[in-house]
Write a protein that binds this ligand. Sequence first.
Ligand SMILES: *[C@@H]1O[C@H](CO)[C@@H](O)[C@H](O)[C@H]1NC(C)=O
Ligand SMILES: *[C@@H]1O[C@H](CO)[C@@H](O)[C@H](O)[C@H]1NC(C)=O
Ligand SMILES: *[C@@H]1O[C@H](CO)[C@@H](O)[C@H](O)[C@H]1NC(C)=O
Ligand SMILES: *[C@@H]1O[C@H](CO)[C@@H](O)[C@H](O)[C@H]1NC(C)=O
Ligand SMILES: *[C@@H]1O[C@H](CO)[C@@H](O)[C@H](O)[C@H]1NC(C)=O
Ligand SMILES: *[C@@H]1O[C@H](CO)[C@@H](O)[C@H](O)[C@H]1NC(C)=O
Length: 739
Amino acid sequence: MVSIAKVLLAVLGVAVVVVLIAVPTVIFLKEEEGSNMRTFTLFDVFNYTLKPASYNMKWISDYEYLHKETDGSIFLYNVNTNMFEEFLNRDKFIARDAYDYQLSADRRYVAFMSNYNKVWRHSFTASYSLYDRQSDKDITPSDIPDVVQYFAWAPTGNKLAYVWDNNVYLKTSPDSSREQITFNGEPNKILNGIPDWVYEEEMFSSNRGVWWSPGGKYLAYAEFNDTLVHNIEYSWFGEDQYPSTISIPYPKAGTPNPVVKLFVVDTDNTTIVTEVVVPASFSKLEHYLASVTWVTDNRIAVQWLKRQQNHLILQIYDISGSSRNPVEHLELTSTGWIGRFSPSEPVFTPDGNSYYLINSDNTKYKHIHHVVRGVATPITSGHWEVIEILKVTQDSVYYISNEKDNKPGGRNVYQWTNQGSRCLTCSLLSDCEYNSAYFSHNASYYGFSCSGPRIPQYYLMETRSNKQIKHLEDNKVFEGEISQIQIPTMRRGTIKLHSYNLWYQMHLPPDFDESKKYPLLIDVYAGPCSQKVDLRYRVNWSTYLASTQKIIVASFDGRGSGYQGDQLMHEIYRRLGTYEVEDQITAAKEFIKMGFIDRDRVAIWGWSYGGYVSSMVLGSGSGVFKCGMAVAPVSKWEYYDTIYTERYMLQPSENQGAYDNSTVMARAKNFKSVQYLLVHGTSDDNVHFQQAAEISEALVNEQVDFEAMWYTDKDHGLGGSANMHVYNHMSKFLHTCFA
Ligand SMILES: *[C@@H]1O[C@H](CO)[C@@H](O)[C@H](O)[C@H]1NC(C)=O
Ligand SMILES: *[C@@H]1O[C@H](CO)[C@@H](O)[C@H](O)[C@H]1NC(C)=O
Ligand SMILES: *[C@@H]1O[C@H](CO)[C@@H](O)[C@H](O)[C@H]1NC(C)=O
Ligand SMILES: *[C@@H]1O[C@H](CO)[C@@H](O)[C@H](O)[C@H]1NC(C)=O
Ligand SMILES: *[C@@H]1O[C@H](CO)[C@@H](O)[C@H](O)[C@H]1NC(C)=O
Ligand SMILES: *[C@@H]1O[C@H](CO)[C@@H](O)[C@H](O)[C@H]1NC(C)=O
């Protein structure tokens, strides 16, 4: 389960900025003008010109990147020469009705993508047509079918692999004929080269199930056997006389998992397919394939995770010649669960002789470990965490952490060498505390993105001097527009609770006055390793509520939240639905004590895990909340999938009391004292409509009156027309509650 906001995280840009040096007249006029300026309206929430722009770039060497211009043409930028040239004209896209492209490593061929059809969160089908840049010709006739499930060029040259009808195919060049690698693919039973539902959502966070070796000699692919996995079935209403039924193998907590195998095929002779076998100590136990990382053309590193996700084996295999030997391994265990979500991937040094891995150190904070011949040594330490390893070169490790100023919601990029760490992004620009970097192949350059708290900025940087080379996006247009609107201010601080200093943030209405009383809306997620309090810049529904409705919108990261050490995060191990719920109620009480909250107008809302917590809070009988909304909530952990749920709760048979004790339904009676709005999409493949249906039944059985909205044929994200509808609907509900 990934929070809705995370889905939007994907684009990495680089960028530029313009520091707006204060123009005195603006400051002078501000107070008078303030009340004349319009507020941020509900309509503005959905207006895409009122969103800050990002900058798209894709490095294709140590000094060249591709960028899609606003007209749709692709340009190649050479940073060394400061020259740029058109690489693919937009007409090529238009002629093929293409929405995207993938370039072969040798840059000769382009796979144009068209006919996009979304499947689950990451997966989709599309058509790929190959174009030869050298001869300016399409490769015809094509032996790539129209409905392809996955497509990948090799990391060098122009070999390619694709998945069609649940089988893996490869072509050793665009002109050579395709070779079929697997033959047993069968819908909803055997999936080759693509993950099944639960692996896509919870383990890989991707639709990929094939992995090219660096030189393109070998292709590894996973085979998922979902034969014994139970199906979730629901109606697709569509427009036909009879609705149809969607059926997906979906393992719910405690039920049979898919069985996974990993194979390697030799592209020089595709009859040579070898299984990469799980280490003997796991072979009799239920386990997962957690990650696949090629080291060299002859070495592959695979992480295997026990079904109870507290024990991991990272095994390196030698694929060369006739030997498929395990050569090195590392075992990790945890008193909670390994990693934040699925285990983090190892990142190898260019020589392939050692690797870096994020794991808990002996003080239980997540830090980088250097692993040499199976021996792990931490290279960072402190009461903060490393978020991600961005790049490893011969002498450096580039990573993101939240070390600076003890702000768990901050992000900065660091370079570690034998001499220690230096921060690359800490003082580039004022008011930039949520930063990231996208490095060129050998890290000579990077795209710098500052995502807040100021209006986002993108720069191109040279790494060695750490100097900016180019402004990529200054968001001047957005800044000009938003400066004409009264925007809430953000207040962030900590509350001491259960011996932890825990962070909150509040959107305060423009012209906020401590001596007045404001209604309060708690915006909650609160899942394991979540973080709502961060230093990113956003304008969204919360902006509207604070700006126009004068509601204080607040979030709080209580026990179970992430990036502040395992002790806090593991507090809710084996007991979801307890402390993370209680802490939201306590936080609301603390906010009321601050003096500017109207205690008779307090509400809570959340989506997904947040919908669960919101419902648990409203059903707690605390007396603190007048009303609340739950969108696509979980209601009972047995209804959710194995990989996510069992990571925290073990299997129902191992922890039945906690499963029984943590349902929304058990709290139905208490909903008599609150106003409740329950929202769910009928075609939610992730948190099934079943979950809301069961809440509804329990409330009806207790004669609780409540409001509900379903969205026909919409999934967990409530996209399309449902998106504006759900925010409109919730706005109305809140307005009535606070009236
Ligand atoms: C979106 O916002 C911009 C800037 O405020 C405005 O010019 C435009 O008319 C808005 N568009 C819509 C559809 O409201
Ligand atoms: C998939 O699993 C089923 C049930 O265990 C088994 O009968 C079948 O042989 C398996 N198929 C493959 C290709 O391994
Ligand atoms: C491919 O490998 C198989 C099995 O090792 C062997 O029998 C066959 O001759 C090889 N084919 C080629 C073209 O090398
Ligand atoms: C760039 O990185 C690649 C892969 O790590 C390496 O083979 C190559 O030698 C590097 N080039 C330079 C100039 O450092
Ligand atoms: C809106 O932005 C705030 C502040 O960054 C964030 O906490 C909240 O989750 C966002 N809400 C939505 C619905 O995306
Ligand atoms: C269930 O919850 C109650 C009340 O919070 C608690 O006293 C009890 O220990 C819990 N039982 C289990 C099995 O978790």
